[in-house]
Ligand binder design. Structure first.
Ligand SMILES: Nc1nc2c(ncn2[C@@H]2O[C@H](COP(=O)(O)OP(=O)(O)OP(=O)(O)O)[C@@H](O)[C@H]2O)c(=O)[nH]1
Ligand SMILES: [Mg+2]
Length: 325
């Protein structure tokens, strides 16, 4: 007997596949279960879904237990979450302090930072979350940090430009790899069972002697695979480039909304993945919105301003969109 699954089932299944947290997976599975028709032909599927829910519930529980015992779970906030990782003393905490309101401890001795510390970085009209972490050089830290790191959208490896930089990057990548986090590199296939993440490299302390030469080294080794940025967190140079590099790595766009007959709200953009459609933008506002949406009017990426576009129209950075339901 065919299962005759409704479209909502496939939407939830899509969410299930995209979900990163066991909590999100469970929510999607529960929707799949709720919307599927119940008859003999779906018995097996029903059982499968129940088993998956049980499995992810266990995983969620384990995660929560770890988070409770270590206090290492950092709730995501803002347009994206970026982990600052790297060797001890590279200046991760100094960088967090330079671009956010957070007040981490900064000191000349290594292993100053003991737990992850979040802060919000302003970029244009949005806020991006940065998380300072203890140095990756310590095995216990890597074990405790694994889940925290996997939650991030982007990993920023911070190295000290007054020291040999390539070994600092390699050691960091090795540490990430132990947490099964692999850098996303164009043209390199993802390894099954790993957490692929966009990686960017921050060369810090460019005010110190030898930094120029080490920056060259870093560049020739990695510029073709990772975005690189040179900064001095202490002197506050390169921070605008840092902000931009982070924003670009997130691969998001800002889209502004307006109500018919009103001015656009240019203060609080929707944050969408690059390549998002009008329909997806509507859904991000409210999940019922997508179904009720008839068309939209777009200023920016239309052929002309104020153009009526279909639900499938792909939005661009800075577009203003007016939804019609
Ligand atoms: N010259 C110079 N010193 C810096 C810079 N950034 C950080 N430092 C110094 O480097 C030392 C380490 O900085 P932290 O920010 O504590 O380094 P960290 O990477 O957080 O170190 P851990 O927490 O031990 O992993 C401190 O003495 C900082 O003042 C910089 O841009 N230039
Ligand atoms: Mg620190």
């Amino acid at each position: 007997m065919p299962a005759n699954l409704p479209p909502q089932y496939f939407e939830a299944e899509k969410r299930f596949r995209a979900a990163r947290d066991p909590e999100e997976k469970i929510a999607a599975l529960e929707t799949m279960l709720a919307v599927m028709p119940k008859h003999k032909g779906t018995d097996r599927l029903h059982g499968d879904l129940r088993r998956k829910i049980a499995k992810f519930s266990q995983e969620a529980e384990r995660k929560l237990a770890t988070a409770r015992s270590t206090g290492f779970y950092i709730r995501r906030e803002g347009a994206g979450q970026i982990m600052l990782v790297g060797p001890a003393n590279a200046g991760k905490s100094q960088l967090l302090a330079a671009v956010t309101e957070a007040l981490p401890e900064i000191a000349e001795y290594p292993f100053t930072t003991q737990t992850p510390i979040p802060g919000m970085m302003k970029y244009a009209d949005i806020q991006i979350q940065l998380v300072d972490t203890p140095p990756l050089g310590h095995k216990d830290v890597r074990v405790l940090l694994a889940n925290t790191l996997r939650n991030a959208d982007v990993i920023a490896i911070v190295v000290d430009l007054s020291l040999e930089p390539v070994s600092q990057v390699e050691a960091s990548l090795q540490g990430l790899s132990e947490a099964r986090i692999e850098p996303l590199i164009e043209g390199v296939p993802e390894v099954p069972g790993t957490y692929p993440r966009k990686v960017l490299i921050v060369g810090n302390k460019n005010d110190l002697a030898g930094a120029g030469r080490n920056w060259q080294r870093l560049h020739s080794q990695y510029a073709h695979i990772f975005p690189l940025v040179s900064i001095s967190a202490r002197e506050g140079t390169g921070l605008e480039e840092f902000r931009q590099a982070i924003y670009r790595a997130l691969q998001i766009i800002r889209v502004y909304t307006k109500s018919p007959g009103a001015k656009a709200d240019l203060s609080d953009p929707l944050i969408l993945e690059q390549g998002s459609t009008v329909e997806e933008a509507a859904e991000s506002l409210h999940k019922d919105f997508r179904q009720n949406l008839k068309y939209a009017v777009v200023w920016g990426s239309g052929k002309y301003d104020g153009q009526r576009v279909s639900k499938a129209h792909v939005l661009q950075e800075g577009d203003i969109v007016e939804f019609h339901i």
